[in-house]
Design a protein around this ligand. Sequence first.
Ligand SMILES: [Zn+2]
Length: 768
Amino acid sequence: MASIPFKPTTQFQLQLYSSTILLNPFKFHTSLPRISSSVHVTHVETQTTEQEISHTRRDGKTNSNENGSGFSSFTPKYKKSYSGQENGANRVVLKDRNAKLKPKRRSSTTTTSNNKAVESKKSKIDSTLRIGLDMCSKRGDVLSAIKLYDLALLQGIVMGQYHYAVLLYLCASAATGLIHPAKSGSVNRTLNAPNEQEFSLNDKVIEHDSHLLSSSTVDEFVQFMKSSAKSVRHDDNGIKVSEDVRHYALTRGFEIYEKMLSDKVQINEATLTSVARMAMALGNGDMAFDVVKKMKEDGINPKLRSYAPALSVFCNNGDVDKAFIVEQHMLENGIYPEELELEALLKVSIEAERSEKVYYLLHKLREGVRQVSPSTADLIDKWFNSKVASRVGKRKWDVRSIHKAIKNGGGGWHGQGWLGNGKWTVSHGIVGSDGCCKCCAEKLVTIDLDPEETEKFAKSVASIAAQRERNSSFQKFQRWLDYYGPFEAVIDGANVGLYSQRKFRPSKVNAVVNGIRQMLPSKKWPLIVLHNRRITGDKMDEPFNRSLVEKWKNADAIYATPTGSNDDWYWLYAAIKFRCLLVTNDEMRDHLFQLLGNDFFPKWKERHQVRFSFSETGPVFHMPPPCSIVIQESEEGNWHVPIASELESEEERTWLCIRRANSPMAHQDSSRVNISKNVGGPTHKCPPTSSDSPHNKGDAKSSTRRKNQVKVTGKTRGSHCRGKDAPEEMYRSLKNILQPSITSDHCSILPELKAAEELGRCVVDFQI
Ligand SMILES: [Zn+2]
């Protein structure tokens, strides 16, 4: 998961526009549209004088009905646009544009000829306008887009939803200070306006540009844009815009939106989200929230991004209650906050010392996010180190009811509120291959689906697959499984055979099949699922390849999915049905897997997916982690929080180990452990090891071992030892994962084999 930095917003930019203006009258060159016979309203003013600013300021503050348009006038203007009333002063500006007074002033003859040209070449101009706006969108060039809008108005070009969406997207982005170039007005989700600090004097930002004045038609201007090949400097973080452009874009953005309303162009989610973002730029959370409510009223489904502006303003302004009203609205509409939103809510709850909200959010993060980004982890750290956190918590609780809650919740949490009292200790540590926290020695839990959930999950996968696969081919597969199953591992044959090269290599599948088979308790063949084009495809008639396929067929270990099928459904279903291992490096994030939802799939995947790589000596298997990589709340009210990062090995992962400073360490002397048992109920403890150094910040990663990677030497025949690479824990955990799928009658010599293996810490290799 990519980490999402949380930018501390010391000051929400543009929080209150008018106050900003008042504070920095000389910093912002406002270029607000005004009526003036000498000033062309459509151009970008770059030479607003100080006098003009103070004039604007006075007007904006004292009398919004006057000609000047301070931003404070936007709120009523915006609200009026819903009721359809006209506001005199502001409307004058619009009428100035809408009534096309400008062309008359400039030259009536050009206007007439222009109008005729517009009619005769309407479609051409329409497409030119679209091309022009698309160019602006790709370049993140808000000023040229506004210029195109003005020219289109002058020429009487009718604009549709698409044009408005691009315009509003650019205006909204510029208003927040950062434009992310996009193809078609799609809106990125953002919860933080860029900070003042991010705009240093040396930054190249979009500035007003005099070239914008030169063209007088859309066509001319688009030609100019094409020839200029102007590319605005930007990186992944987007394009920064100067202060005056921000304000200009905000002014014009609202005006464009009003024009869209008055033209009765159909509004959609994207345009309204842009409007909400402009409201955010104004620092007006209520307005941003009203926009989302309007979506519902108009039958438009808001998206997660639609809520971001309102949530952002309330969170940045410390308005906890309003922020949670937004969250409630989201949930009521089936929109689930993700880490970005939960992090913002967490931040504001911590600042407001709302312990019950923090508790609620920790569970929301556990459910929906599982592992937190480093920035969220920092917030959590901050919370537990706060005085408020040390004061909250029950001193006495019913151990049995906590125990019951944990059982009912599937393990790893109870949700009964803060337990214990006193200061918390937050340590950064790792979890060993035995699933024990290296800081406190608490055994972390593994959370898998229970048999009932598994069955439900398997059924839902089967029903989706059956709908999508033709000619009841999936039902045939189900019958095949009933006959030839169960299996202890399923191999995603295509993923293995295509590992690190484009051509399918059956030899790789063979190596992985043999490798995983050595590790399975039953030593039974795994099931290889392959699309039939792999079996009949290129080079498959070569004797070696053919012999491999024959071998698998004879062992009833391969299922070839029919032409036109999607083999993903087959390997996934088989692995769920048998609660067995699934060997694949597919991260299972694409569309197909999204259909499965978040109730079961993430839990199941974590416990059953085996990733692999190849070393010089053969395949290396990356087994499921020794505990569930999810926020865990113990029976005693302690917390373990995994931090998301790109890891080579699960054991490198940093966890926050959070417990009351006065709570006993798990591997301290037994009398103290007993005390803890009396207070908080039994917690699974791990035996102490000499190398453990509890609460040792910083050296978490130094003792990294990689026990859950298993190398299998494919070249050695017969029985061989895996020595230290194959810990007993691995074998045990594998048996735990597979327990329900193992049937007793696979092989009568199994017990003897197992005994022999355990005696020599060896594995008998069944390689053919
Ligand atoms: Zn711990």
